[in-house]
Design a protein around this ligand. Structure first.
Ligand SMILES: *Cc1c(COP(=O)(O)O)cnc(C)c1O
Length: 330
């Protein structure tokens, strides 16, 4: 059976590195912790001392109820648990909302979600009238992984809004909310990362400078010999020009590996021809095959991003936490 191994020492390394920029970390564990497994990842985060997490929706929040605070990016309208915070993605949503603990999302230029600058006064009036508690105020960068000025334009806009909200809270004797804008790609770019940082992919080691948390290991189902000038797999898109041993491993595109038609580079060998639904044929004779142990390398096979592969790795595959690089699984 294929297994996803989660490397705890790599996860802790990534958390240490982020802490060196800002120890107040809101860890993004949306979408099954970027495919790693929300329960296993939450367990390790708690051990590290993480208190606040971000999830996609209320179903995910209910899976990890016992963090101190859970920010729900796309919440419903109804009132909910006291440690749940609802992201406010629009003025319309704010008007319908009945949950008292909120984070105001500000659209500083992404143009996806958030209150607009010229809606802010109205939003703050609603907050007063409905007696909501603004726990946080945040925004999201659209281009932090590029060189360019967008990030700093957004950042400056956010600082202005921050000042305005701080003044508003002072004037109305409200508790000052905490401000957060830094995603993974912006961690080392900003002059000041404000009260909290809000990284996702860096936690899991899906960008440069961070260590990969997930490795995927498959079992060999059968081994055979391929003759010279013999093909293998659907439509025989791979033809061998020599006699070789091949192994079939128990993982395919049904497990979330992107489809490929003509081979793929794995950690220590190559997959041959087309990937099947539940299997891949690889070159060589093995008992186990590491499909990948660094998503940054594996992604080079495909026209996509590390996030996209990680998040689709099937939740049906068993997750095992390992303490370090050299085994000792728990
Ligand atoms: C997904 C997400 C993040 C994390 O982004 P990374 O690029 O993975 O660090 C942060 N904030 C919001 C609002 C998000 O949706």
């Amino acid at each position: 059976m294929a297994t996803v191994f989660l490397n705890k020492s790599h996860l802790f390394y990534n958390l240490d590195k982020i802490s060196s920029v800002n120890p107040n970390i809101l860890v993004v564990i949306k979408d099954n912790a970027y495919g790693h497994g929300i329960f296993s990842v939450s367990k390790m985060l708690k051990e590290y001392g993480i208190k606040k997490v971000c999830v996609r929706n209320v179903d995910e929040a209910n899976l990890v109820r016992d963090f101190e605070e859970i920010l729900i990016f796309n919440p419903p309208a109804n009132r909910n648990a006291i440690n749940f915070s609802y992201a406010i993605n629009s003025l319309t949503q704010l008007k319908k909302n009945r949950h008292p603990y909120i984070h105001l999302k500000i659209d500083t230029g992404f143009r996806r979600n958030g209150i607009l600058e010229d809606e802010l006064d109205e939003a703050l009036e609603i907050v007063l009238k409905k007696e909501f508690e603004i726990r946080g105020v945040f925004s999201h960068f659209c281009c932090a992984d590029e060189v360019g000025c967008d990030t700093f334009i957004q950042y400056d806009k956010f600082l202005k809004i921050k000042e305005k909200i701080e003044k508003f809270c002072q004037n109305h004797n409200l508790k000052r909310p905490y401000f957060h804008i830094a995603n993974s790609a912006s961690l080392f770019k900003l002059p000041d990362t404000l009260d909290y940082v809000r990284p996702g992919i860096a936690i899991y080691g899906g960008i440069e400078g961070f260590k990969p948390v997930m490795s995927l290991v498959a079992d060999v189902v059968s081994v055979r010999e391929l003759d010279s000038k013999e093909g293998c797999g659907y439509n025989k898109t791979f033809m061998s020009d020599e006699k070789i041993k091949i192994s079939t491993i128990d993982i395919g595109y049904a497990d979330g590996i992107p489809y490929f038609k003509n081979g793929c580079k794995l950690k220590d060998t190559v997959a041959l021809g087309k990937i099947s639904m539940d299997y891949m044929i690889v070159k060589g004779e093995f008992k186990k095959v590491v499909v990948f142990d660094d998503i940054k390398e594996f992604v080079k096979n495909f026209d996509t991003i590390t996030y996209d592969i990680l998040v689709k790795i099937s939740p049906r595959i068993k997750r095992r936490i390992i303490e370090s690089n050299n085994g000792n699984s728990t």
